[in-house]
Design a protein around this ligand. Structure first.
Ligand code: AMP
Length: 181
């Protein structure tokens, strides 16, 4: 049992076996988000360590990172910057490709969204292999950003992403862990 301030976040995360393909245990946070206490506990716990930390922008990764990151930016009184899947942003973008199990994908950010030295809190719902978060971190670092930390509701440590992101010098804050993938 993972009790945080009396609220068991893990209990509100639903596991859907064999989605999106056989063998994957999909950790579905929509059941956390749809519960009023769950959503608040998730947002509060993610931002708690950063209440007194100097941050310029909260950056969220599409799509569940937008829901959590938007709420955190609002609560911290900071601006929000989206990192989106390719082709979604209207302005000039910079992008980063990353490896999927089959093929590659690309994430993008507006090229004028982040300036040299901006202090960033990076948010997504879950870190698995770390491909997405590492691509986002590299994109931010190449823009000159200072990543204060990356925060995720769920860590799947057996897939190694959190360890790889730490090895790149990024501080991590995660709320719950699930074994396996
Ligand atoms: P990765 O790039 O492997 O770290 O995967 C992270 C992204 O894929 C996150 O945006 C997650 O929302 C999603 N994801 C990967 N694996 C899972 C899983 N087992 N359950 C839920 N979401 C997942």
């Amino acid at each position: 049992m993972d009790l945080r301030n009396g609220f068991d976040i893990k209990r509100y995360i639903r596991t859907i076996p064999d989605y999106p393909k056989k063998g994957v245990q999909f950790r579905d946070i929509t059941t956390l988000l749809s519960d009023p206490h769950g959503f608040r506990a998730g947002v509060d716990e993610l931002m708690w360590p950063f209440l007194r930390v100097d941050i310029d922008y909260v950056v969220g990764i599409e799509a569940r990172g937008f829901i959590l990151g938007g709420a955190i930016a609002h609560e911290l009184g900071k601006g929000f910057v989206p990192i989106r899947k390719k082709g979604k942003l209207p302005g000039k973008t910079i992008g980063k490709e990353y490896q999927l199990e089959y093929g590659v994908d690309r994430i993008e950010m507006h090229s004028d969204a982040i300036k040299q030295g901006d202090k960033i809190l990076l948010i997504d719902d879950l870190i698995a292999t770390g491909g997405t978060a590492i691509a986002a971190a590299e994109l931010l670092q190449e823009s000159g950003a200072d990543i204060v930390a990356a925060a995720f509701v769920v860590d799947l440590p057996d897939l190694g992403g959190s360890e790889k992101l730490r090895a790149k010098g990024v501080k991590l804050h995660t709320l719950v862990e699930f074994e396996g993938d």
